[in-house]
Design a protein around this ligand. Structure first.
Ligand SMILES: *Cc1c(COP(=O)(O)O)cnc(C)c1O
Length: 223
């Protein structure tokens, strides 16, 4: 595993994909997903200048936040169980995958109690696969209205997961669909909603062409 080489190559690939799409590379965050690695690998990326890291499970988030530098910005990208909300909001500044109205209300209430003010995204199940979490496209407007009305969380956009190993055409439908939904919600709510969290190791270039502002990269950093 050569993390430095992998990171350099991925940074260059993200920048090239942005330029190809006539976008500013600085508008795309390469979010390092560290769920499959231990503390030294995270520290190595930190020493290369990376500050945004993501975990998808609460115990691992807590273990890493406790042990690693305090200026890391931690993103929670996994499904969030209601009994894990307090620990997650105390340790993560960004929450990517709010997926029910009850969870939105609970996260906002607990953020009030803990005086935390995370950026949040709604997870949308654009592909409609039964195995995937998230709001349907039809549920997205009421969910966004609820989240936007909350006092303690800040709704910044949407997140989705594409089907595994999908063809480019399918990826374009999923990522393009999320971008179109974001545009519609932003207009209906009169809110900016700048964030599109979409694209992983296997599909980030297509996601960037479709407007991704956060690509969540795990395995390609640590091969
Ligand atoms: C693991 C994970 C990723 C990273 O996936 P890779 O294919 O390893 O890049 C991105 N998003 C979520 C929600 C994940 O759980």
């Amino acid at each position: 595993m050569n993390i430095q080489e992998n990171y350099s190559a991925l940074k260059a690939a993200v920048a090239a994909a942005a330029k190809n799409a006539n976008r500013d590379p600085r508008d795309v965050l390469l979010l390092a997903v560290t769920k499959s690695v231990d503390l030294p690998q995270v520290q190595e990326l930190y020493d290369l200048g990376v500050r945004h890291f993501a975990e998808n499970r609460e115990p691992e988030l807590l273990r890493k936040t406790a042990a690693l530098p305090k200026d890391i910005i931690w993103h929670f990208i996994g499904p969030l169980q209601s009994n894990k909300v307090r620990k997650v909001v105390k340790n993560a500044q960004v929450i990517h995958a709010l997926d029910s109205l009850a969870l939105i209300e609970r996260v906002d209430r607990i953020c009030g109690e803990e005086n935390r003010h995370p950026d949040v995204m709604l997870e949308i199940n654009i592909s409609g696969e039964a195995s995937k979490g998230g709001f349907s496209v039809a549920e997205a407007l009421p969910a966004a209205q609820l989240a936007a009305s909350c006092k303690n969380i800040r709704l910044t956009g949407l997140m989705t997961m594409a089907p595994n190993h999908a063809e480019k055409k399918v990826l374009q439908q999923v990522f393009g669909g999320l971008a179109a939904l974001r545009d519609r919600l932003a207009k209906e709510l009169d809110l900016p909603l700048p964030t599109l969290s979409m694209g992983m190791s296997g599909d980030f270039e297509t996601a960037i062409v479709c407007g991704a502002t956060v690509v969540r990269i795990g395995s390609a950093l640590f091969v």
